[in-house]
Design a protein around this ligand. Structure first.
Ligand SMILES: [Zn+2]
Ligand SMILES: [Zn+2]
Length: 177
């Protein structure tokens, strides 16, 4: 069986040529993604199972690819894509707002995600509840309903890119009074 290990360009400035162990010519990112999908690999991480935490800033800092749940495989990527779509349908901003209303004091992202997961009767790891809840909490934050209390856990590239592991928020005003 031919190995299809795709290697990204070593120096992107000099051209976007990807190389696959099978010898296939991959002149750009698009052709590399197509080749990854054809050979049963995740088209986001190209089968490496890792993705950069801060693309373009700190390329050597990586985490498990979120598109394929760190497997590098196309099958998992497709399953996970469907799971993301399902999470978006199930977990609406109203669901998260209701959960947040139940917290009098500060609350962590993980606490809200746990309540949402329990409320929907979901097993851990079935749907990407955490990322979906985080997106919706950031939306509530943008509309002024909640305020973030946490300082970033890590600063990358100065203050341009910051990382939060399990951020904490508080309701901006007491609802219903
Ligand atoms: Zn190949
Ligand atoms: Zn991947």
């Amino acid at each position: 069986m031919t190995k299809h290990t795709i290697t990204p360009p070593a120096a992107p400035i000099l051209g976007e040529t990807y190389v696959c162990a099978c010898g296939e010519d991959l002149p750009n990112r698009m052709s590399a993604e197509v080749h990854a999908a054809e050979t049963g690999q995740c088209s986001v991480c190209l089968g490496s199972a890792e993705e950069p935490v801060a693309p373009g800033f700190v390329p050597e800092l990586t985490r498990a690819c979120t598109a394929c749940a760190g497997t590098g495989r196309r099958r998992e990527q497709v399953v996970w894509q469907l799971a993301h779509a399902e999470a978006e349908q199930l977990i609406t901003v109203g669901v998260v707002r209701d959960v947040v209303a139940g917290f009098d004091g500060p609350f962590h992202l993980s606490e809200v995600a746990d309540v949402v997961r329990a409320g929907l009767g979901l097993q851990a790891g079935r749907l990407p509840v955490g990322p979906r809840v985080r997106d919706l909490l950031l939306r509530l934050q943008a509309s002024g309903e909640i305020t973030m209390l946490s300082a970033p856990d890590e600063l990358l590239a100065g203050t341009d890119v910051v990382l939060y592991r399990d951020p904490q928020w508080q309701r901006a005003r007491t609802l219903g009074t």
